[in-house]
Write a protein of this length. Structure first.
Length: 550
């Protein structure tokens, strides 16, 4: 009797376990992972033998009807079987000399026995061991750099008011990052968690503006200053000024349209407390989920443009003036009519001062204005100075190689990389680094100072790494944007563009630059008082260091 009762309890527990229902979120998250995994791993799918988008649309109704683990697993198993036989080619021989970077690699979800039957897990593992080894149909790698780009993806005809098509957009983007984003391991929120958290938002985003917003939120989760996601559309009205946020105040640092000084009385050093009735603190919180950034310094710098632009042709600003608050309504300008003129004037202004002598035999180089053809003249004019300040609070123009030959006494590796392995998606390969300089007994013997801040991104950071390796370089300033390496562009959705950091960039000792940025030897941040007095406090500190050595 006891034996029969025990057997009955065992059978009952097994039956009840088999009837445990999944939430829609759980099913869709697991389906997203399986769909993306098959897309890059299954020999016939990765080869392009199927219309993989349509395959998703066909399987989703079946997934929706599955209520238990067994039913769900059966749908996926039958799907995999319908794709055709996967030949046993194991073992796949790893190329000699390859060193893998595995911090992004995680296929542990395959063995999740709460979601998948043992049989399904074994099928998925078999596919990993016998994965596709040809030219991927949906992704390829840039020659040389190695960052991926998408191909054979075209969502131009898709309508985002359709739930399944919104899921397709999410699944496609999520899996691209899952397998080919080099810094997945550095995200604040685990990418798996992001998928689960954002699925309901994509399901509810029934109009294009809502879809646009949730896609932006998704890209922000990468914590990458290289990331953008925007619609191809005309720009709005904007206030043509440069500002900096300090202590939850917005300080005007540059006037781009001289008419503003005359008509609105706007000037450098003005302290903005509110924009259209919102405090700067409120604005910082408002855009937190909408602006991609590797770190806080870059986020605050990117906050200026959306804060000071809009569809209205006026903007209301509250200023701090002599301890009191004053309010002004200022006319904004049309970006489409004014941007070319502003950029052109900016280029002309900087071109005149791409390098100069500051006094006391100290050279100064504006790296954002200096071009490769200007380098020989710059070297000739500054080679006998006691110090050169390279201002990289901007974006250089590919001048690092020629300048490094002037700075270095011998050739040296200054950066190494990780690049995605298309034969084993999710894994990255350490590659040989980039060298700078050359053998040069007459290399520059004076002090070298590099100025950096949150506007120093990508090539600025990479060039700073190059100059630092010369051995006589001191970096002064504040945290950089923390986004190094080549950019991968994604242009497969109608009217939208996105991009992300495509390769991992590290120092030769494998220490990181992503999110951290280039750490200054001497940290200096501008102050409100310094801006109002017209001082460049970072440059001032550099000159002090040159003269005193500390």
């Amino acid at each position: 009797m006891k034996k029969n009762t025990l057997l009955l309890l065992v059978l009952l527990s097994q039956t009840l376990f088999g009837q445990v229902k999944f939430t829609e979120n759980q099913k869709l998250a697991a389906t997203c992972k399986v769909w993306g995994y098959l897309k890059y791993y299954h020999p016939k799918v990765a080869n392009g033998d199927f219309n993989w988008d349509n395959q998703l649309f066909e399987v989703l109704p079946k997934i929706e009807q599955a209520n238990t683990k067994e039913e769900f697993s059966n749908v996926l198993e039958n799907w995999i079987v319908s794709l055709g036989e996967v030949k046993n080619v194991t073992p796949i021989i790893q190329t000699k000399g390859i060193e893998y970077f595995d911090k992004n690699f995680d296929l542990s979800w395959i063995n999740n026995n709460e979601l998948f039957s043992k049989k399904l897990s074994l099928k998925l593992k078999f596919i990993e061991n016998n994965r596709f080894q040809g030219n991927q149909y949906y992704v390829d790698a840039e020659e040389g750099a190695g960052n991926v780009f998408v191909k054979n993806e075209n969502y131009a005809a898709y309508q985002f008011n359709d739930k399944n098509q919104r899921l397709l957009a999410l699944f496609t983007y999520w899996n691209l990052m899952e397998y080919f984003f080099p810094y997945k391991y550095l995200m604040d929120t685990k990418w798996d968690t992001t998928l689960e958290e954002m699925l309901p938002d994509f399901i509810d985003a029934k109009i294009q503006d809502d879809f646009y917003k949730v896609m932006r939120k998704l890209t922000v989760k990468l914590n990458d200053s290289h990331v953008v996601f925007y619609k191809y559309a005309k720009k709005r009205h904007f206030l043509p000024v440069e500002c900096k946020i300090i202590d939850e105040k917005m300080i005007v640092t540059e006037i781009l349209n001289i008419n503003l000084t005359e008509t609105a009385g706007l000037k450098i050093g003005d302290v903005i407390l509110k924009v259209n009735e919102k405090t700067i603190k409120e604005i910082i919180l408002e855009y937190r989920d909408l602006i991609p950034a590797s770190n806080e310094a870059f986020y605050l710098s990117k906050l200026i443009e959306p804060s000071l632009s809009g569809y209205s042709d006026t903007i209301k600003l509250d200023f701090l003036f002599n301890g009191n608050t004053i309010t002004k309504t200022i006319n904004m300008v049309d970006y489409n009519l004014n941007n070319y003129e502003l950029n052109n004037n900016s280029k002309i202004r900087f071109k005149k001062n791409y390098f100069k002598l500051l006094g006391n035999n100290i050279g100064y180089v504006d790296m954002g204005a200096l071009t490769v053809k200007d380098v020989p003249e710059m070297i000739d004019k500054l080679k006998l100075t006691k110090a050169i300040v390279f201002d990289m609070r901007n974006y250089p123009n590919g001048t690092y190689e020629e300048i490094s030959k002037f700075l270095y006494a011998q050739e040296k590796v200054f950066a190494i990389y990780t690049k995605p392995d298309l034969m084993y998606p999710g894994k990255f390969i350490w590659t040989e680094g980039t060298t700078c300089g050359s053998v040069n007994e007459n290399n520059y013997k004076g002090k070298v100072v590099v100025l950096l801040n949150e506007k120093s991104i990508s090539q600025s950071e990479w060039t700073a790494m190059c100059f630092k390796a010369a051995g006589n370089t001191t970096i002064i300033g504040s945290q950089t944007a923390g986004a190094d390496g080549n950019v991968s562009n994604i242009d497969y959705m109608k009217a939208f563009h996105s991009q992300f950091s495509g390769i991992g960039v590290y120092y030769p000792d494998k220490s990181e630059t992503q999110r951290i940025g280039i750490i200054p030897d001497i940290e200096v941040k501008p102050t409100i008082k310094g801006i109002q007095e017209g001082r460049d406090e970072v440059l001032d500190r550099a000159l002090q260091f040159i003269e005193s050595g500390k």
